[in-house]
Design a protein around this ligand. Sequence first.
Ligand SMILES: NC(=O)c1ccc[n+]([C@@H]2O[C@H](COP(=O)([O-])OP(=O)(O)OC[C@H]3O[C@@H](n4cnc5c(N)ncnc54)[C@H](OP(=O)(O)O)[C@@H]3O)[C@@H](O)[C@H]2O)c1
Length: 296
Amino acid sequence: MSAQIIDGKVISQAVRDEVAQEVEELKAAAVEPCLAVMLVGEDAASKVYVGMKEKKCAEVGIKAIDQRLPADTSQEEILSIIDSWNEDPSIHGILVQLPLPDHVDEKTVMERIRPEKDADGFHPVNVGRLASGDPNAFRPCTPAGVQVMLKHIGYDPAGKHAVIVGRSNIVGRPMAAILSQKAPWANATVTMAHSRSEDLGAITRSADLLIVAVGWPNAVTAEMVSEGTVVIDVGVNRVDDDSRERGYRLVGDVAYDEIAEKASWITPVPGGVGPMTIAMLLKNTVVAARRLAGLA
Ligand SMILES: NC(=O)c1ccc[n+]([C@@H]2O[C@H](COP(=O)([O-])OP(=O)(O)OC[C@H]3O[C@@H](n4cnc5c(N)ncnc54)[C@H](OP(=O)(O)O)[C@@H]3O)[C@@H](O)[C@H]2O)c1
């Protein structure tokens, strides 16, 4: 079998088109959706991510407030800016780019964001709502994007065995919560594996749907995958590549070429899950705007 490609660029464009339409409708109702973004420090990767998020906001008509702060900004100041954003009715979504500098407690900062403006879906109130099956919880963008991809290709996980490798709070755990919901495009039987799982290959071979978010290349190889599996590769890793001008290329967490021979569907890296994450951030922002304006 040779896998069909799940094209994240095409699917994320469809989501962004939908968001742009929703933004127009909100503006017609005198609501300008607005996402406030905070970046503390000089982390190069974070700067790139924040830049991309703001660019994509502009493309769909969402206003972005760009708050860049020096690395030595006190936690108190960060919290006071969040407090002012929480109170500001013209701001609908709040995003604090992680990681924060060491002297700042990420948990305290994330918990300060009003749950109704939690565009990233990381606030414990939203985590709890998602875990308890509340369909109105803001969902973390990456796993929410994976579910949209499955819907786009018409793959209903209901009744299937979904194996998720990785249990981080931003990918693995919310992915498990989303796929195990008693709801459309969910209802899967979910197994969440991690670094302490015994015989990972036996677990991954039993998957109908395999989602990998581990953080290193070739973490899942072809012998760990059964014929016909739907494979979603969340990983983004840099590997040295002298043939590229920038000296590296991006690869995922699965051995793509060999697994593509066995899988029924597979996401590429780049161009797979990555573009979905920002698209879902935009989606969360318009949902927040609609709710806060009393239009939902
Ligand atoms: N496309 C996107 O938009 C997007 C968004 C977020 C993340 N990512 C990428 O996704 C990957 C995972 O990110 P993350 O934030 O979830 O990473 P993370 O917080 O480092 O979590 C990695 C998970 O993988 C597990 N793991 C590590 N080695 C393992 C092994 N040998 N066997 C089984 N499980 C193993 C860890 O287990 P323990 O819990 O036992 O340590 C942990 O649960 C990274 O490549 C990241 O860049 C992409």
